[in-house]
Design a protein around this ligand. Structure first.
Ligand code: ADP
Length: 630
């Protein structure tokens, strides 16, 4: 104390020049000197402290430990820092504790030991450090990547990245420090966002962009970057802070959503959305607008029942109740939808409940069933057509069966007489053995021939009908000699002529060739001539006239027979019909029916005139067409 008083002016001069607080303590642990800085942060005047134990500057809770430490210190006289971390605390006059940094320097003066303590008030520094730590911690705990670059250094290098940056990009801090951020872009540098970043760095402005960046492993990620410049007091940009946000998932989700929205909007199927309470349209897609003819703006002013005009509001709400109450997930209505132009089209509407924000809405998916309905109608028509075809086929089948039944009963009846005639004649032929009985044999052989022909005709008639019924009849137009056919027919007819009957041969048919179906011509002539023979008495004439023009072949068969009763004339061409005056004569009632069918199918006609007991004239006309045979 004494020594310091003596030399105080030199010491003071020295200690005041030091920026730290200076406190000198003697070996009795008394303060022997304290400079102005120390007085200031301890809050004491030097008078208040000189000669006082140094413990007054130590907080109570450390006093004991400090005393032991100081004793040890003086004993070992080790020079250097007593403690250098901020856990060392001092006490102000006010009793307030504050952190200090102390270095102790022992020295000897006039055989006495002293310690010079350089004391620094660490309150502010610790506060700053704490703030920095806090900020670093905050930045590290952020989910956004944070990058700080130094704008004053060449190429704007990174000086800080937080943990989130490391996580997002996959680059560890050590690899990116002192590098420009462009490595995040790989070679994908032609981006609108990158251009904006370059511009904002150049002009020192802030910006927010969305760019494609690449992780260390090359994976692309969408980065929403916000870049903000930091300026110093002179307004010079010293740093840039970049905040990164990996929005890859958001971008993907957004793309999905956009895609779905596009599908909804662009769909050609009609989709309407209506408010469940007001029944007003809240949305309608492209298909809905196109088919209904209304624009979306127009629909926004309309209600669903403006289109589904078939329903009353109360009735409609009642219909939709099950989906409001969730007892049904979907309701399907078959109705019609009224277009803007007033026309209506058949639709099937599927109603489903949905939620938009906090509002309940109904999604209506409309299917235009015009085609379906047309298809159903077409199908029904087809079924009807097929049914009638089947009915027709069935009735043909029934008729055919009837024919077969009739044939069988006819066979037993119609075949009996000719067959017994054949049998008798054949037996008799066997008995005429004498040479001079040749005439009788010829007569019986003629009878046999004639009866066989008759049976053959009956069979041909039946076969002809069956062919017709089955639709198998095929006509064959050829050029043939008319006289040849007439010769054959008359030759055969001659065989069955009654006594005194004769057939007049037509004039002017020699050398004539015609184009027709030869078989049918023969069949027609045979039928008419056979009927005339059958239904005329002995000694009568059967006159056959043939008239050929350029396009018509006409036959006329006139007889002097029993004629057809007037009342029966209208049925004469009906199948199986036989007039009342012929019932004792053999016959089937199908010959004329077949003749008429063939003639008409070939485009010709058949008529007759008849007077009972006087005679009958049948006239047949067939078309001739040279070209059909060339
Ligand atoms: P059918 O085998 O009975 O002769 P057709 O079909 O040939 O059958 O003739 C039908 C009916 O027309 C005959 O049953 C007969 O009543 C009447 N008929 C046809 N040709 C003559 C004719 N030349 N003279 C009188 N009646 C005729």
């Amino acid at each position: 104390m004494h020594v310091f008083e003596k030399n105080s002016s030199i010491f003071n001069l020295l200690s005041e020049a030091i920026s730290d607080g200076v406190v000198v303590v003697n070996q009795e642990h008394e303060i022997v000197s304290i400079n102005k800085h120390a007085q200031e942060f301890f809050g004491y005047t030097s008078e208040e402290l000189l000669g006082k134990p140094m413990l007054v500057l130590i907080p109570d809770r450390f006093k004991k430990a400090h005393k032991d430490h100081t004793v040890r210190y003086f004993k070992t006289s080790k020079e250097g820092l007593m403690v250098r971390d901020r856990c060392l605390y001092a006490s102000r006059k006010s009793g307030e504790e504050f952190p200090v940094n102390i270095s102790l320097h022992p020295f000897e003066l006039y055989e006495r030991h002293y310690a010079l303590a350089l004391v620094r008030d660490m309150t502010e520094e610790i506060e700053i450090q704490r703030n920095i730590d806090l900020q670093t911690q905050a930045m590290d705990s952020a989910h956004n990547g944070i990058v700080i670059t130094d704008a004053l250094l060449p190429d704007n290098p990174i000086i800080y990245v937080n943990q989130a940056f490391e996580k997002i990009t996959g680059y560890p801090r050590s690899e990116v420090l002192n590098k420009n951020c462009r490595f995040l872009q790989n070679n994908d540098r032609e981006q609108e966002g990158i251009r904006k970043i370059r511009n904002c760095i150049k002009t020192g402005k802030s910006c927010q962009v969305r760019v494609r960046n690449y992780k260390k492993d090359g994976t692309l990620f969408w980065n929403e970057v916000s870049i903000n410049p930091i300026k110093n007091e002179d307004g010079i940009v010293t740093h840039f802070i970049g905040i990164q946000n990996d929005i890859t998932r958001k971008v993907k989700t957004q793309a999905e959503v956009n895609h779905l929205v596009r599908i909804f909007n662009e769909s050609l199927n009609e989709i309407f959305v209506i408010d469940a309470d007001s029944l007003k349209f809240t949305h309608a897609n492209f298909g809905a607008c196109r088919n209904s003819g209304y624009s979306l703006e127009e629909l926004h002013r309309m209600k669903v029942l403006d289109l589904l005009t078939e329903y009353e509001p109360a009735e409609f709400r009642k219909l939709l109740e099950p989906i409001y109450e969730k007892s049904l997930k979907k309701i399907i209505l078959e109705t019609s939808l009224k277009r803007k132009d007033g026309t209506e089209y058949p639709v099937e509407v599927h109603f489903q409940s949905s939620i938009k924000g906090d509002k309940r809405v109904i999604v209506c998916i409309v299917l235009d069933v015009t085609d379906k309905r047309n298809y159903t109608e077409r199908l029904e028509a087809k079924v009807e057509e097929r049914t009638s075809q089947l009915k027709e086929a069935l009735s043909r089948e029934i008729e055919l069966n009837e024919l077969k039944t009739k044939f069988l009963s006819m066979v037993s009846h119609e075949f009996k007489t000719p067959l017994s005639a054949i049998l008798t004649s054949a037996t008799l032929v066997g008995k005429y053995c004498e040479v001079n009985a040749q005439e009788k044999r010829v007569k019986h052989l003629k009878t046999i021939k004639s009866e066989v022909k008759h049976l053959n005709n009956i069979l041909n008639d039946f076969l002809s009908i069956e062919k017709f019924e089955k639709g198998k009849e095929v006509y064959n137009l050829t050029k043939f000699s008319l006289s040849k056919v007439i010769d054959e027919v008359i030759y055969n007819a001659n065989m069955i002529l009654k006594v005194g009957q004769r057939i007049s041969y037509p004039q002017g048919v020699d050398e004539l060739t015609v184009c027709q179906d030869e078989k049918i011509v023969s069949l027609v002539l045979t039928n008419l001539l056979y009927n005339s023979i059958k239904y005329s008495p002995e000694d009568t004439l059967i006159d056959l006239q043939v008239n050929v023009t350029k396009d018509t072949l006409q036959f006329q068969v006139r007889d002097e027979g029993i004629g057809i009763p007037e009342k029966d004339q209208k049925f004469i061409f009906d199948r199986y019909f036989r007039a009342g005056n012929v019932l004792l004569t053999q016959g089937t009632g199908i010959g004329l029916n077949i003749v008429k069918t063939h003639v008409e199918t070939l485009g010709g006609s058949i008529n007759f005139e008849s007077t009972e007991n006087k005679g009958t004239t049948f006239t047949v006309q067939l078309p001739l067409n040279e070209k059909a045979c060339s």
